[in-house]
Design a protein around this ligand. Structure first.
Ligand code: KG4
Ligand code: ZN
Length: 362
């Protein structure tokens, strides 16, 4: 088995020959990462090496959902102030849970975009401060890369595949050659899938965030009760659009009199989202010739979506990688993993680098 493999980060990733990696003294690195791009403050510590399954030694998350719930969505200033209140405690807890001292950490990472500027600044400034204090490197990580690679956290390599990120802010279909080598195949032209879930949840009178609430409401509902549109399904490109679906639910609600058939509405909306996501991903696999697909991001926590993908992959003979449920919604382990791959390839980021609220992945 070849030990060194060239990739866009440089050299040095992914041999399955673990023993050989140690015999050659390839580094075993300990990384601490912070995620604070939106409404979750998260800190994780991971340990990994070439060809080794990454160990998540600690993954702490403080969710701000309750704080923002009464406003029906994330309030940026409240979010950043809350990150700054909780971050230190989470770092201390992560170090204690992992059983390591700050001085033992080889590199510090943080999400530097995309996300809310004032929130990104809290995490990245803290990680830079720790890097400065310990004299260790800092790595700025793209939040979307964290999601994209999260299905492979428990594996020894990232194979060529089609990756679908479905989160509150993004719906992105990518051709992944390997770590750092991504080609955009399609994205949403309006709302992200999670955003559609959240907006429809609001229309249905459910609490924020709408995704998990709609999933619950849909249980026992008839997914065929309403024939909601599957926008752009038959168009030749691989882009998505969810605003028509959202409007169709709104018009249906305006026409409904009497008791709201909540379960049927939720199930029918969810089925439309699932059909769009599954069909476009299968088409992307067909067009690229990839035989593996991966699903990540907050919406990929949805069990009905996971089941539909598992069934479709089985039917088409594709290998499917689903992010573990604990790493679907925002977390720092996925940021630490993306950072680990870069660190092992000899990369780091300048301490005077900025955050980028609209940072693209490709
Ligand atoms: O990845 P994530 O935590 O944050 C972003 O990067 O956006 O995703 C949050 C999104 C929200 O829109 C939320 O409603 C959605 O993920 N979500 C779900 C479920 N759990 C979270 N959507 C559908 N079903 C779920 N079970
Ligand atoms: Zn996210």
């Amino acid at each position: 088995m070849k030990l060194w493999k060239k990739n866009d980060f440089g050299f040095a990733l992914f041999s399955r020959d673990f023993t050989a990696a140690f015999a050659l003294n390839l580094p075993v690195a300990l990384l601490l990462a912070i995620e604070s791009s939106c409404d979750e403050t998260a800190v994780a510590i991971v340990r990994g090496s070439v060809g080794q399954t990454t160990e998540v030694l600690a993954s702490e998350i403080h969710s701000q959902i309750e704080l923002h719930r009464e406003h029906g969505g994330v309030v940026p200033e409240l979010a950043s102030r809350n990150h700054s209140q909780h971050l230190r405690g989470l770092v201390e807890k992560a170090l204690a849970d992992a059983g390591v001292r700050m001085e033992e950490i080889d590199a510090f990472a943080a999400t530097t975009g995309p996300g809310l500027a004032s929130s990104l600044l809290i995490g990245s400034t803290a990680a830079k401060g720790m890097a400065c204090a310990t004299g260790r490197p800092f790595l700025g990580i793209n939040h979307l890369e964290g999601h994209l690679l999260s299905p492979f956290l428990d594996r020894t390599s990232v194979p060529p595949h089609v990756g679908l990120i479905v989160s509150g802010g993004h719906t992105l279909l990518l051709d992944v050659e390997g770590p750092g080598r991504y080609r955009k195949l399609g994205g949403t032209r309006d709302d992200a899938a999670g955003e559609a879930y959240d907006k429809v949840g609001k229309m249905l009178g459910l609490s924020y965030p709408g995704g998990p609430e709609i999933e619950k409401a849909a249980l026992g509902g008839d997914p065929q009760a309403y024939d909601f549109p599957r926008s752009m399904l038959h168009e030749p490109h691989l882009d998505f659009s969810f605003s028509g679906l959202k409007t169709a639910v709104l018009y249906t609600l305006q026409r409904e009199t009497g008791v709201l058939p909540l379960a049927d509405l939720a199930a029918s909306f969810q089925q439309a989202v699932i059909d769009i996501l599954v069909r476009k991903t299968l088409r992307a696999a067909e067009e690229t010739g990839r035989r593996e697909i991966a699903l990540s991001g907050g919406v990929s926590l949805n069990q009905a979506l996971r089941n539909a993908f598992l069934l479709a992959a089985d039917r088409e003979g594709l290998e499917i990688h689903l992010a573990s449920p604990v790493f679907c919604t925002d977390n720092a382990a996925m940021i630490a993993f993306a950072a680990l791959l870069r660190y092992l390839a000899g990369k780091s980021s300048p301490l005077d680098g900025d955050i980028h609220p609209n940072l693209p992945l490709v």
